[in-house]
Design a protein around this ligand. Structure first.
Ligand SMILES: *[C@@H]1O[C@H](CO)[C@@H](O)[C@H](O)[C@H]1NC(C)=O
Ligand SMILES: *[C@@H]1O[C@H](CO)[C@@H](O)[C@H](O)[C@H]1NC(C)=O
Ligand SMILES: *[C@@H]1O[C@H](CO)[C@@H](O)[C@H](O)[C@H]1NC(C)=O
Length: 459
């Protein structure tokens, strides 16, 4: 009890201190830095149509490497995937990759939606841009929507959700135009040649991409790194971002940390009892986070070292990436010998995602994002202290890796107009539960649009 009271008092003091402190934080001005090789040259104005077209030699080389993959260590008995991927199951995936996966068919599918490449700040930026097809005679507003993937994902995550967003709905007078870029260093977007390209600098790159497309006002959506990058976009450019929808909302201030601790003692101050187990006991959740985030420490410190093996060996790449698609989809899958991989995904779509990393040799550059963001220079921007003031939505999928309740998040997202607890789904929501996620985005945009209409009527 005394411990509880002490935490409470300490909390109040910190809250007070925090509010005084926050007054002084300004939105940082990030420059249009040049990330290409050598000396800065102006970006070409060109926006080139693009199709994935992999040379036969690349596929032959991949097949050869799959043919000569070695025998892996036998897993311990009865441990499932708790020590990492089960190698006998990995072998069945590699066998499928070598003998059944048909790249020419899959490549055609990935080329189904229009893609482009353009230079932004010296980087090649690859993106899908899908305009809706509006039936004749229907008058609809077109809402541009920037959707951003995460790690170890890619634009492959969005293949199923794109049509759900760009197809007009019967009862809506708006529809989305989707812009889905590859994060710099991922797939066909080139990595930086210079150090420092953090999530915040990527937000600048994407803002410049939208401007280059002639789009000054747009919605944003993201999961994983996509959530971080799009919420920074909303912080840096509140006049340009109409609404921010995320499947990971995150707050990290002294006040939120204290409130989380206080909730250990007096939960109802912080969280509805229904969702109590999503956050408490804190020690259980921290244990899971630690057991799931070893990769993060590695990539935040020595991304280039770990990248070598993954760039050289398709087996290594598959093991490293697919393990995440198992445990981040459902923690219970670690108990299964097959990691539950095919419970929510097809082997083809999992391999499509691997292929994007493999054919572009981009796993190392993708991993550098951790090193460029989890560092002093990024912390010095103090973005955690700048609120997201645009209308925001948090879509909470039950198997997401961590959870914070609205009572904490509303400190950072000061205008949450939708907070949904989805019935199922995990970390790779767009790929796993595209319909649930799309419905949540539609419903969010309807609320924001209604607010805008109400406001303009009020004037
Ligand atoms: C792959 O798919 C293409 C197109 O459907 C087909 O022509 C080709 O024969 C297939 N290749 C193999 C090895 O099955
Ligand atoms: C994991 O398994 C436990 C025990 O069977 C069950 O209570 C829980 O709902 C499962 N969690 C998920 C996310 O499926
Ligand atoms: C907009 O106005 C309508 C009618 O006055 C009201 O019912 C609705 O709740 C308002 N919506 C928002 C999002 O403000």
């Amino acid at each position: 009890m005394w411990k509880g009271a002490a935490v409470l008092i300490l909390g109040l003091i910190t809250v007070d201190w925090h509010f005084r402190y926050r007054q002084s934080i300004e939105i940082p001005k990030l420059d249009n830095d040049y990330w290409g090789p050598g000396k800065a040259v102006p970006d070409s104005k060109e926006i080139k149509p693009f199709e994935i077209d992999v040379a036969k030699e690349v596929i032959d080389d991949l097949n050869h490497r799959l043919d000569i993959s070695r025998n892996f260590a036998k897993p311990l008995e009865g441990v499932g995937w708790t020590y990492g991927i089960q190698t006998p199951y990995l072998k069945t995936i590699l066998n499928y990759w070598r003998n059944k996966y048909n790249w020419s068919e899959r490549q055609a599918l990935l080329n189904k939606y229009p893609q482009f490449i353009t230079k932004i700040q010296g980087l090649d930026i690859h993106f899908y841009r899908i305009k809706p097809e509006i039936p004749k005679g229907r008058n609809m507003r077109i809402l541009p929507l920037l959707i951003v993937h995460g790690w170890p994902g890619s634009v492959v995550e969005f293949q199923k959700i794109i049509p759900l967003l760009t197809r007009p709905q019967a009862n809506r007078d708006f529809v989305f135009e989707v812009i889905a870029p590859s994060i710099p260093g991922f797939g066909y977007s080139s990595g930086a040649s210079k150090p420092g390209l953090s999530a915040a600098h990527i937000a600048v790159v994407f803002k410049n991409l939208m401007s280059k497309l002639g789009i000054e006002e747009f919605y944003v959506q993201g999961g994983d790194w996509g959530s971080i990058i799009t919420s920074i976009l909303a912080q840096l450019y509140p006049k340009n971002v109409i609404g921010a929808h995320a499947s990971i909302c995150y707050v990290e201030t002294s006040k939120s940390i204290l409130k989380s601790l206080i909730g250990s003692y007096i939960p109802y101050l912080v969280i509805d009892s229904e969702y109590h187990s999503r956050m408490y006991p804190l020690s259980d959740h921290l244990t899971r986070l630690i057991s799931e985030s070893g990769y993060m420490h590695l990539q935040a410190t020595k991304p280039d070292t770990v990248g070598v093996g993954l760039t050289d060996s398709p087996a290594g790449l598959a093991a490293y990436v697919l393990e995440k698609f198992s445990t981040w989809t459902n923690p219970n899958f670690t108990a299964r010998d097959d990691g539950g991989l095919l419970q929510k995904f097809t082997v083809d779509e999992l391999l499509d995602n691997l292929m994007i990393y493999w054919i572009t040799s981009s796993i190392t550059t993708s991993q550098r994002l951790y090193a460029e963001t989890f560092n002093k220079a990024f912390r010095k921007l103090e973005l955690n202290k700048i609120p997201v003031e645009v209308p925001a939505a948090c879509a909470m999928f039950p198997n997401e890796i961590f959870y914070q309740p609205e009572s904490l998040l509303s400190e950072h997202y000061t205008n949450i107009i939708q907070f949904t607890h989805l019935p199922r789904g995990g970390h790779f929501a767009a790929m796993e539960e595209p319909q649930l996620l799309a419905d949540d985005i539609w419903s969010f945009a309807r609320k924001v649009e209604q607010q805008i209409i109400n406001k303009s009527r009020g004037k």
